[in-house]
Design a binder for this molecule. Structure first.
Ligand code: NI
Length: 142
């Protein structure tokens, strides 16, 4: 596999560069190029999630009290209605009341974003977060 790397020079305000270097060092980066590439890929990935054509992967994590009336049934119903977009569901019983469910998703960006938002917005869900990732296909043009 041939690597296709370009070297670029950019102009950036001194204080912005200092802030950037501090920011990426705190996040464990030892290499400025890797940090910039990651931010570019993340920005492009955000666009994929607006698309109805590009297939993306991601996950939604929700925390809820399983004693909440009908909630388990509602969450299961939503997942069955969208089974074609759901890769896996991991259920963790956190304590006597609360459950953590991590649902891995794959499908058109706009469709699975809406699905994740629906799960998070379901009445009784205490907290929810989505991870917006990518299949990576768009980043491999050889
Ligand atoms: Ni549980």
């Amino acid at each position: 596999m041939k690597s296709n790397l370009s070297r670029i020079g950019i102009t950036i305000p001194e204080n912005l560069l200092q802030q950037f270097d501090k920011h990426i060092t705190e996040r464990g980066y030892t290499n400025r190029s890797k940090a910039v590439c990651d931010m570019i890929r993340d920005s492009l990935t955000q666009e994929e999630w607006k698309s109805e054509k590009v297939e993306v992967v991601g996950a939604v994590a929700i925390v809820y009290d399983h004693h909440t009336r009908d909630l388990n049934a509602r969450l299961t119903e939503i997942q069955h209605q969208h089974h074609q977009y759901i890769l896996s569901t991991t259920h963790v019983h956190i304590d006597h009341h609360n459950c953590l469910e991590i649902i891995a998703l794959k499908g058109p960006g706009n469709k699975i974003r809406a699905l994740g938002e629906t799960l998070i917005a379901t009445r009784g869900v205490l907290h929810g977060k989505m991870i917006f990732s990518t299949t990576g296909k768009e980043f491999h043009h050889h």
